[in-house]
Write a protein that binds this ligand. Structure first.
Ligand SMILES: [Zn+2]
Length: 283
């Protein structure tokens, strides 16, 4: 990997900048190489072992809301790189690459739409954008969406796909946990429904804040749900973890989620949950 000096004179490795995604993906469960275009035809589910590949934010939105009903509401902001952070590469460079690949300003896509004719505001995270991590922009977007929903009395649906807080923003990223929780309380005071959908992965600061505070929490099959990774926990506690730890069904058995649903049935279950929360008749 080529080396260059950053603007503080330190040597950093420079990975070649990517502006488009690779054509092949490896299944994290069975190791099979899958052609990305083929994956679209199978609803992004591995044909060999049934593992779920994550959806992009745009794919998720399309799979959930009524056709042509989605209208983006994003604030349009980009990260200010408050620490001028550099690890193997400058944070700024990672941001630009993620923006080019995802077509998003940051790791979340927010908009309004309808689901079976019912209006809602939807915030969907994109794992391709620096692991779906929550920095200031993601925090601002979620808080603004929650406050808008409280004001307009429209239900809020958050689809989590996040590795946690964005380390490149340091303390600023941790503050987003408190901010989104405060905004969630504004929605609760307005008695407006909030549904969280936890997908692969739902972890770290996102799970330890607004991601765990919905009225109804639905886990998509194949989700990984847990604050820290299993290896970190085993190394810290010196104990072996139980089988199936951090899977969606484990979270259901231990009361962390209300329901586990397949990707195919998520839309119907969301409709049902919204209907129940709004006092509809077909709950
Ligand atoms: Zn597989």
């Amino acid at each position: 990997m080529p080396i260059r000096r950053d603007d503080r004179g330190r040597y950093v490795e420079v990975e070649p900048r990517r502006t488009e995604e690779t054509a092949w993906l490896r299944c994290r469960e069975c190791g099979e190489l899958v052609f990305r275009r083929k994956l679209k035809e199978s609803n992004h589910i591995c044909q060999r072992c049934g593992a779920y590949f994550f959806l992009t934010a745009h794919e998720r939105v399309t799979s959930l809301v009524d056709e042509d009903s989605f209208e983006p509401l994003g604030l349009g902001a980009t990260s200010l790189d408050p620490l001028e952070f550099v690890d193997r590469r400058p944070y700024q460079e990672r941001l630009e690459e993620a923006q080019a690949i995802t077509g998003l300003n940051d790791a979340i896509l927010v908009g309004r739409g309808t689901l079976d004719g019912c209006p809602l505001v939807l915030a969907v995270m994109d794992f391709r954008f620096i692991g779906g991590s929550m920095g200031q922009v993601v925090g601002d977007e979620i808080a603004a969406a929650l406050e808008r929903c409280a004001q307009e009395e429209v239900p809020f649906v958050l689809v989590v796909a996040s590795g946690g807080a964005r380390v490149q923003e340091g303390m600023v990223s941790l503050l987003q946990m408190a901010k989104t929780v405060a905004a969630r309380n504004v929605l609760a005071e307005a008695a407006v429904p909030f549904i969280a959908v936890l997908t692969y992965p739902s972890s770290g600061g996102m799970l330890a804040s607004v991601g765990s505070l919905a009225d109804i929490t639905i886990a998509e099959q194949g989700a990984m749900i847990g604050f820290a990774g299993p290896r970190v926990i085993e190394q810290t506690t010196g104990e072996r973890l139980p089988a199936g730890f951090q899977t969606a069904s484990f979270a259901l058995e231990h009361g962390m989620v209300d329901q586990v649903v397949t990707r195919e049935s998520l839309r119907a279950e969301l409709t049902r949950a919204l209907s129940v929360l709004q006092g509809g008749s077909h709950g």
